[in-house]
Design a protein around this ligand. Structure first.
Ligand code: CA
Length: 703
């Protein structure tokens, strides 16, 4: 009898445990965002639960304290220094008083939202040599916070679950399939059901794209989805790849990876249990090199809907079949509901690099609209029956170089756009950036560096510019009506193309910062400029908004770098004030932002050493410089050393630095595993040549 009571008690305790799988006291733990809270995000307008606030990642805040009427009173609240001088691209998450955000290399910061004081930081301690594998700076586009843990990834491919209370590592996994291939991670992990999912970066470097899901609690791998097939002579890793491989030449250059990396866009729909993943460009860019027989090359430049539990594909839509232009579809995706032709549709919206704004039914993948939101010369339109773009002859640069819009930087890149349900408009940080694409003759694949198969030619080909007017080149902020599929208002932002991501709020405002350091507040409906604040930083990240103790704040990461390349625009804040990384917060009644000290002028170009090199040697050096060095060293005044200004000591040590990594702690890794001594000498000769050109120009001007 006694044992029976005991058994009943045990069963009772078991039921109690099942019933209370969510103890009430967990909700008081730091970083406790769960399904219930996220689904009712609008009931907590002062929180910012995902990179884009809500599950649809709209970058819209329902807060109404800061409005179009009082925006002029917006000013500085506090700043937090990230101790970095590189690109900062993440949007912070805010929950229960704390901001969580990533910095360079995958550093994580937990910051008091009221004071800007540091609560904890986490440094993944990524070796400096990893900078070499990152095409577009050692950036991170954010993290996820879920049920007391912070999920973040480091540049060198590790995914971490951290305790949100103190930043201690709960678990970590290596997400790379092969560490001999230059993969990186720059995107934010996303919570999808019981998994956390991460994609990888590195498309130009000869990698094969994939996303991997890990169990939230244990870190055990749940599934992996390759975004492009491997060699069809080997077994397919999952059934979707058999279908995809039929769209590739069987004799494709499988050794070059194919590309298709999922380096930014992922959004999860908890209702449909689908994860939407945007995939990247082909590797190399030139299809004639990659898949000589042509084909759509699935799943390059596509939007994939993946079942979050099984990792199986529900549907896919390819924005740029047979991508030849670096037209990634990795740009941020927004989920919402729109009434289209009298019917309420669950939609997915994206403005990928290729210049068309897509609205898809996210249940089925049906294409609802695709219209040009910027200047586009590669395709005339998207056929609504087949869903495919009509590609123009002007886009083919196999035989001769062509001027094409958009450029590989895209008509829109990673900077978040925002959707305001009150105005019904999407605000896009867009650009018109013409580029002359030229196929590389005798393309040579060098594992470990940039292998585009194409390069940009100097000069303009005005006769082939089509309906694009050159004065429209540059960045612009666009308000786009996704139902009517047309532009409503737009502001030109000058000649430079890259500006910040966007925030919009129920206070009828749009907030965007720019390369010249201005944080600008616009009226969301009319586009009127309401207020401008000089921050002293060239800002790329998107602002976000939250409430603490009844006060509304707007916060943004301030640090320049990253895509497309590591050069600093003339007239930018970074050129004047440098690039000290900060998290800046603003509120009504705040003061002026403390501006960094103005940088001293650059000294004269020193006299370069004597040039001893053959024309062949110089040509090779020029080509190798473009492939291995130029994504950082643009040789324009900026944060990366201008190599035309090398001192005699640096010229002397050139081989030790470039080949053997003498300056690896500073982020300049050695290339001895990729380049030979002769190749490094050729690069050096090319640099001596252009140093002489710059030096002579300087001397002529001073006479
Ligand atoms: Ca790319």
């Amino acid at each position: 009898m006694r044992s029976l009571i005991f058994k009943v008690m045990i069963i009772g305790l078991g039921l109690l445990l099942i019933g209370c799988s969510e103890p009430e006291n967990n909700k008081n733990k730091p970083g406790w965002i769960d399904k219930d809270r996220l689904e009712h995000a609008d009931q907590e307008p002062g929180s910012w639960f995902t990179g884009g606030r809500d599950f649809g990642e709209t970058h819209f805040s329902p807060l109404t304290q800061i409005t179009d009427k009082n925006a002029a009173q917006l000013g500085f609240a506090w700043q937090y220094f990230t101790d970095s001088h590189r690109g900062l691209e993440a949007t912070p998450i805010f929950v229960d008083g704390v901001l969580y955000v990533t910095g360079n290399w995958g550093m994580v910061f937990a910051i008091d939202g009221k004071t800007g004081e540091e609560i904890w930081t986490f440094d993944p301690e990524v070796p400096g040599k990893w900078a070499r594998n990152a095409c577009c700076d050692v950036v991170s586009r954010g993290l996820s916070v879920w049920r007391g843990k912070v999920y973040a990834a480091s540049l060198d491919g590790r995914l971490f679950a951290l305790d949100a209370a103190n930043g201690q590592v709960v678990w970590q996994v290596d997400t790379f399939t092969d560490r001999s291939i230059p993969y990186t991670i720059t995107g934010a992990p996303r919570i999808a059901g019981k998994n956390v999912v991460i994609g990888n970066s590195g498309a130009e470097y000869g990698v094969r794209g994939y996303v991997t899901a890990y169990d939230l609690e244990s870190g055990q791998q749940s599934w992996r989805f390759y975004t492009v097939p491997g060699d069809p002579r080997k077994p397919f890793e999952h059934p979707e790849l058999e279908m995809a491989s039929k769209t590739w030449d069987p004799d494709s250059r499988w050794d070059m990876g194919g590309g298709g990396t999922a380096w930014d866009a992922m959004v999860y729909d908890p209702e449909l249990n689908l994860l939407y993943v945007g995939t990247g460009n082909g590797s190399p860019w030139v299809q004639a090199e990659r898949s000589p027989g042509g084909g759509d090359n699935l799943f390059l430049s596509s939007i994939l809907a993946i079942e979050a539990d099984s990792g199986r594909l529900a549907w896919h839509y390819q924005t740029t079949p047979g991508d030849n232009w670096d037209y990634t579809a990795t740009q941020p995706i927004i989920l919402t509901e729109l009434e289209i032709k009298g019917r309420l549709r669950k939609v997915l919206m994206q403005a990928p690099k290729n210049g068309f704004f897509y609205v898809l039914d996210r249940v089925t993948g049906e294409l609802l609209s695709a219209e040009k939101y910027a200047a586009v010369t590669w395709a005339s339109h998207v056929d609504m029956v087949t869903g495919k773009p009509q590609i123009l002859p002007q886009a083919n640069y196999d035989e001769e170089k062509k001027l094409i819009l958009p450029s590989p930087a895209g008509a829109h890149n990673w900077q978040p756009m925002a959707y305001n349900p009150h105005t019904g408009l999407v605000y896009i940080p867009a650009m018109n950036d013409p580029a002359i694409y030229e196929k590389r003759e005798n393309f040579q694949f060098i594992k470990g560096i940039n292998n585009q198969g194409a390069h940009f030619s100097e000069g303009t080909i005005t006769s082939e510019i089509g309906d694009f007017e050159a004065e429209n080149a540059g960045g612009f902020l666009l308000a786009w009506d996704p139902v009517q599929a047309k532009a409503v208002w737009k502001h030109r932002l000058g000649n430079f193309i890259f500006h910040g991501g966007v925030l919009t709020t129920a206070g009828n405002i749009v907030v965007q910062a720019r390369d010249d350091g201005l944080l600008v507040v616009y009226a969301a409906d009319s586009g009127e400029v309401l207020h401008q604040i000089q921050t002293g930083s060239s800002i790329l990240a998107a602002p976000m908004s939250y409430v603490i103790d009844g006060e509304q704040y707007i916060a943004v990461m301030a640090g320049y770098g990253g895509g497309p390349f590591g050069y600093f625009p003339v007239g930018s804040a970074v050129e004047k004030y440098g690039n000290e990384g900060r998290l800046l917060a603003f509120k009504l009644g705040g003061g002026d932002v403390p501006l960094p000290e103005v940088l001293p002028p650059l000294g004269p170009i020193p006299k370069p050493p004597v040039l001893v090199a053959s024309p062949e040697n110089l040509a090779e050096g020029k080509m190798l410089f473009a492939k291995a060095c130029s994504e950082c060293h643009w040789n324009i005044n900026g944060g990366y050393p201008d190599l035309r200004r090398m001192s005699p000591e640096v010229h002397e040590a050139f081989k030790d630095i470039v080949l053997y990594g003498q300056r690896e702690p500073l982020g300049m890794a050695g290339f001895s595993d990729i380049l030979s001594e002769d190749q490094v000498e050729a690069i050096h000769s090319h640099l001596i040549k252009i140093s002489h050109e710059a030096y002579e120009e300087q001397q002529e001007q001073s006479e």
